[in-house]
Design a binder for this molecule. Structure first.
Ligand SMILES: Nc1ncnc2c1ncn2[C@@H]1O[C@H](COP(=O)(O)OP(=O)(O)OP(=O)(O)O)[C@@H](O)[C@H]1O
Ligand SMILES: [Mg+2]
Length: 391
């Protein structure tokens, strides 16, 4: 439901801005109207995905407002949700008869109900996409690094968990594409047999969006769904690479976020995903050899026509306090660093070994706060890249 456009019509300014702030925080795009007439114009001109309105209007009768939207081809199917300041039953009945999808009365519980309704309306939308009807693809975020041991997999898993946490109604899939052996299943404690290798061996017709919704494990307490990586090098090297593109495409049509761990590989298999990504999260540790190699990777990505706006660089102090400062790393790599992850000593490894996200193992640690902020910033950045490409 991320990025869906909601038109809010409420004649009461305070109520309107409260609603619009709340929905913006939930990553919706919000349009506002303060009269029935303005709302009709905006609905037909801007094609919102949903209209949320207080049916107590002074310039148009509510039934007329609803009928006008219902009778126009552009808004015939747009979900209409009334959030009413009139508690009486007669207005409710009139609105429902005129064709609103939902009728809520403003109260302290209304926001929770509204949230559920939005999740339901937009998630049925997501499953239509999963069946191949829609075009909108989930956001693709890839994680990579120039060198091993920089914390790419740990950051990938923890950021994915935080993305799901800040956007609980979105569908998030993590795919471990590190070859010849993946490590995310070890970080999250998944021990099952479903992984990229086994899935790539299934007949194409079987690996639908629905298949992934139903079968990808959701390891506790990580919340996202995982397509685990290769369990060992023997099988990793036998991977049917041609199937991977199709699998990621299917996942993108069935999930709001598809998050790939590509590790340090810039291979024939991973390059197309880096090119398609809405956001490229480049993980850099502070030792000089990694920083310098990261510059090489940056130049390579540039040579492949990848827009540097898409690159989201994170400096991870995985190796202690020594090494490059943020300013030094920026100067060497030639890219701005968006966030620095602090050195967490043995705590990080301990959390990984216990299959715990940092956010649940050390909820008050600075790192947990940084992870949350990172998730919010990355969602925003990915949307911005997407919007700049489609406009
Ligand atoms: N900020 C940090 N503070 C302390 N330890 C960290 C930090 N980031 C990562 N580590 C530790 O560094 C180790 C390597 O992390 P991880 O496996 O995520 O890296 P990677 O880049 O995916 O490595 P690989 O090349 O093996 O795929 C882990 O033990 C992890 O706990
Ligand atoms: Mg890794």
């Amino acid at each position: 439901m991320v990025g869906k456009k909601i038109l809010i019509l409420d004649e009461n300014t305070a109520s309107r801005s409260f609603l619009s702030n709340t929905l913006r925080e939930q990553q919706f795009q919000v349009l506002e109207a303060s009269s029935g007439k303005d709302a009709l114009i905006a609905a037909w001109r801007d094609a919102p995905d949903l209209v949320l309105f207080d049916p107590v209007l002074t310039d148009v009768r509510d039934e007329e407002f609803i009928a006008k939207l219902r009778n126009n081809p552009r808004t015939k199917k747009t979900p209409l949700v009334a959030l009413s300041s009139d508690p009486g039953p007669s207005r409710r009945e009139a609105c429902i008869n005129a064709g609103v999808d939902e009728y809520l009365i403003k109260s302290s519980q209304a926001l929770a109900s509204l949230h559920e309704i939005l999740a339901r309306i937009f998630s049925s939308d997501i499953s239509t996409i999963a069946e191949g009807a829609g075009q909108e693809q989930g956001l693709l975020i890839v994680f990579l690094s120039a060198k091993g041991g920089t914390g790419t997999s740990s950051l990938c898993a923890n950021i994915a968990m935080n993305i799901k946490q800040v956007q609980p109604d979105s569908r998030v899939a993590v795919v471990d594409l590190v070859l010849p052996i993946g490590s995310i299943s070890q970080i999250v404690g998944y021990e099952g047999n479903l992984n990229i290798i086994s899935v790539a061996d299934l007949p194409g017709g079987q690996t639908s969006g629905d298949y992934f919704h139903k079968n990808l494990p959701r390891p506790e307490p990580w919340q996202f769904q995982l397509l685990a990586g290769s369990p060992d090098p023997l099988r990793g090297n036998a991977l049917n690479g041609d199937r991977i593109g199709r699998i990621v495409d299917t996942l993108r049509s069935a999930f709001d976020f598809v998050i790939l761990d590509l590790g340090r590989s810039l291979s024939r298999i991973s390059l197309p995903f880096i090119q398609q990504a809405d956001l490229i999260s480049l993980i850099v540790s502070t030792d000089y050899s990694t920083v310098k190699l990261t510059q090489t990777v940056r130049l390579y990505l540039q040579s492949q026509g990848i827009d540097s706006q898409k690159i989201f660089t994170i400096l991870n102090r995985a190796v202690g306090l020594e090494g490059a400062t943020k300013a030094e790393a920026e100067a060497i790599i030639g890219l701005p660093i968006k966030t620095t992850m602090p050195y967490m000593g043995g705590n990080f490894t301990l959390a990984n070994n216990q299959n715990q996200p940092i956010a649940t193992k050390y909820p008050t640690d600075t790192a947990s706060i940084i992870f949350k902020g990172l998730a919010v910033d990355m969602i925003k950045a990915a949307h911005q890249v997407r919007a700049s490409q489609t406009s």
